[in-house]
Write a protein that binds this ligand. Sequence first.
Ligand SMILES: O=P(O)(O)OC[C@H]1O[C@](O)(COP(=O)(O)O)[C@@H](O)[C@@H]1O
Length: 399
Amino acid sequence: MQSAAPPLYHLVRFRPKLKTFPSKSQLCPSGTPFCRLRMASVSGFGMRPLRALAGSSSSSAGDDDGFVTLIEYVGKEGINVKDDLVVLLDHIQYACKRIAALVASPFNYSLGKQTALASVGSDRDAPKPLDIVSNEIILSSLRKSGKVAVMASEENDAPTWISDDGPYVVVTDPLDGSRNIDASIPTGTIFGIYKRLEELDNLPTEEKAMLNSLQSGSRLIAAAYVLYSSATILCITFGSGTQAFTLDHSTGDFILTNPSIKIPPRGQIYSVNDARYFDWPEGLRQYIDTVRQGKGRYPKKYSARYICSLVADLHRTLLYGGVAMNPRDHLRLVYEANPLSFIVEQAGGRGSDGKNRILSLQPVKLHQRLPLFLGSLEDMEELESYGDVQQKVNPGYEV
Ligand SMILES: O=P(O)(O)OC[C@H]1O[C@](O)(COP(=O)(O)O)[C@@H](O)[C@@H]1O
């Protein structure tokens, strides 16, 4: 099959071996050979994997180079999700590669200036240029996938109905942390994927779009975030563990780099905007005062880390443990809290609003906001034992 590939696609000849990387045979015990996807690497993101586009694959027993791409991983020789979902993921990863290029682009400078202008004297939550462009990139990819009935985005007031027979519903925050862009601080994209509720098919479009988008997080079939940082990381769950893939810019492939993320049961890091200390309730102040002095259940002094970019703060928390929080009503249940809680739970952690498990909440409004606490099980239990951790005073901060 490789020899039949169009000349545009050239084979990647060099890929450094990662020592800790799982071999294909480890991931696919049956020993079934994986399909080798070939992508053009002209820009590192501009071309598409052949298999999902052309429905073709190539396999050869001698082709085991020890690397597994996202599309291989979710395909027939990997965890074997439905073909429709593979196609959707292929389009989602493509959109994220475009956004990764956008946030790293020199043209970002002018977009950044518009960002600054757009925020002067206006609502700090107003959409920024890069948010809008990212939103358009995602919408376009979801449309092209042919697999999406409705997209609900943090950037749009109402959900966008895309196709009557699309099997999936996608909720997304296209570019979280975009206020950090001017300073090249990490940003991220968040996705949640649900099945379309076929029992609603006969309702008027607006109504079924809204109800499909307001599904409880417990119905998510997949959730992912993409972190745009020194590396571009795609972290995903299909409900059986959490996996991370790292973008290989030379080929445009997301390569499996962590097949099973396990959040440490206890970390030594808390992540919060503690300039808000005096607006916090007593319970949250006591918790932070206690752990930072090393007087909590874990007798070590905690450290503070706060990037102010939810995906980045969560990614660090997943790897190192601890708790990442925003105790005020700021983050969105549908676009942020639900997908990220699913990912954290699948890594062995917990997502809570300070009182309740996030995934047990029924969204009532599309842009519903709430306090959000994500992290290691033992840290989360200790935090919640203080009871009074939700910040009710939320004056609308300037920065
Ligand atoms: O101002 P706070 O309370 O520290 O909030 C910071 C949080 O807001 C976010 O920037 C999201 O806010 P937006 O949805 O308005 O972009 C997160 O990335 C970050 O964790």
